[in-house]
Design a protein around this ligand. Structure first.
Ligand SMILES: CC(C)(COP(=O)(O)OP(=O)(O)OC[C@H]1O[C@@H](n2cnc3c(N)ncnc32)[C@H](O)[C@@H]1OP(=O)(O)O)[C@@H](O)C(=O)NCCC(=O)NCCS
Length: 177
């Protein structure tokens, strides 16, 4: 069973989520700070080849604790944890973000920090997290979701294609000498 914190979950998406027995999704609280730090640093460490994400600071764990504690306190965002038999197996963060002032929509859901532990992959954990996040967005009147993913991450490219996202922009980086 999946526990939805949002009141108006989308039933069709819920039905679409193929969940292993015992998989639950819930909103993280301050009590979960240690596991949130663990999963999100694991995500960064998996991107050790990426030109942006490979530059992990030595004091990243201490910074992560302060930063993620502030995120857990924020009213404009949520961190969801997927758990299997009480053990955290996946994470997803979703932020109610402001759109560009001259354009519609005024606000959209921004998805970030998506990670499933290697042993739990391809069992619908991300689908369950995503379904819950979409319910959270809809409950706030958000009708669009956006995200970034690393261009060389073929799994992420396949996953977001499968979940209905299309590429509309490229992020370019130039190192200045
Ligand atoms: C990307 C990631 C979160 C996917 O999590 P997951 O729980 O394995 O994903 P799901 O099982 O819910 O898969 C959902 C769909 O995505 C697609 N998909 C998932 N993994 C895939 C893979 N390795 N190759 C191709 N398609 C894949 C499939 O369409 C899948 O649906 P299906 O199982 O019905 O075919 C996980 O692989 C991960 O944590 N990777 C490392 C971190 C990362 O890259 N994060 C993304 C940041 S943008």
């Amino acid at each position: 069973m999946i526990e939805h914190p949002a009141s108006d979950q989308d039933q069709s998406l819920e039905a679409d989520a193929r969940l292993d027995a015992g998989l639950t999704v819930r909103q993280a609280t301050m009590k979960d700070l240690a596991v949130v730090v663990e999963l999100r640093l694991a995500l960064l460490r998996e991107h050790s080849e990426n030109p942006i994400y490979r530059r992990l600071r030595p004091d990243a764990p201490a910074r992560a604790s302060r930063l993620f504690a502030a995120q857990l306190r924020s009213a404009n965002e949520v961190i969801f944890l997927a758990e299997s038999e009480g053990v955290a197996v996946g994470i997803l963060r979703c932020i109610a973000s402001a759109g560009l002032p001259l354009l519609f929509p005024a606000r959209y859901g921004y998805i970030s920090s998506v990670y499933v532990i290697p042993g739990a992959r391809r069992h619908g954990v991300l689908r369950a997290l995503f379904t819950t996040a979409i319910g959270w967005c809809r409950a706030r009147g958000l009708r669009e979701a956006r995200l970034h993913n690393a261009v060389e991450n073929e799994t992420a490219n396949a996953v977001w294609d499968a979940l209905g996202f299309r590429v509309v922009e490229h992020l370019r980086v130039c190192h200045l000498t």
